[in-house]
Ligand binder design. Sequence first.
Ligand code: XIL
Length: 315
Amino acid sequence: DGTLRDHAAERGKFIGAALATGPLSNEAPYSTIARTEFNQVTPENALKWDATEPNDNQYSFSGADQIVNFAVANNQIVHGHTLVWHSQTPGWVQGLNATAMRAAMQDHITTVVGRYANNAAVRSWDVVNEAFEENGSMRQSFWLNTMGQTYIADAFRFARAADPDARLCINDFNVEGINAKSTAMFNLVQSLRAQNVPVDCVGFQGHLAVQFGFPNQVQQNLQRFADLGVQVRITELDVRIPLPADDTELATQNTYYTNMISACNNVTACAGVTIWGFTDKYSWVPDTFSGQGQALLWDTNYVAKPVYNAVHTAL
Ligand code: XIL
């Protein structure tokens, strides 16, 4: 017995969930599960640029504050997601020239990170999200195309200046196993740290799908990053299934969740695992991957599924 958070805390790890502002204020079962089962939260959308600074220098923190206040009230830590990303960033940013874009980045990071710098619950940030293509080259985003690759070092330095105590992460998907993309991430983190760029942490999103197989050598991959001196964490875990799900696929899903949690448990520098939501009612999966779903631990009626027990046992 005990909740997920009890089990994680006994190991000195966190178990977290991405939270959405709407159901957090409107649905009692949502906030009850969020509060009782998790000791870490990540705002799913409320800290993204389009939410916090939709127009130049017009900041809005109502959604972010709602989630941060919830976390403080419930003794949870908060991971800030995300500062510099190619997606969910307003058009006014994307159209700037290099000098103006760098200034907008500095102002944004200084303001957003600075707002929570004295809040003890807000411990870490995804400073740069999804900087790589699948083949390991740098993603051809407006950031890269306008500012060049130094946008990454600039972002980390601005974040460090805004909160010297926050743990600063680079985060990506399809980097959980050893492959071309994760090796490119590894080489970048090694080179940034050699140049004293303040990268403290690497986030592995963990958006898995039963039909794609489990990534290769996850624990070894986490360990090679840990050996560079960074903290590692699973930041957005979910395991989607092509619908309708059959028993074999559900068993595979249990195994994937179990294996990811065990990999984190087995690596000392792995701080914990965040699941990208908790109820299938508000998962991003059906909206994004047509015909797929049932990726989370609770069903659409807030009933815990068998995969909840698999996670509970693994923690
Ligand atoms: C997703 C959210 O879950 C959706 O609600 C939103 O519409 C789009 O973004 N990688 C990330 C997350 O880093 O921010 C994304 O979240 C999922 C993929």
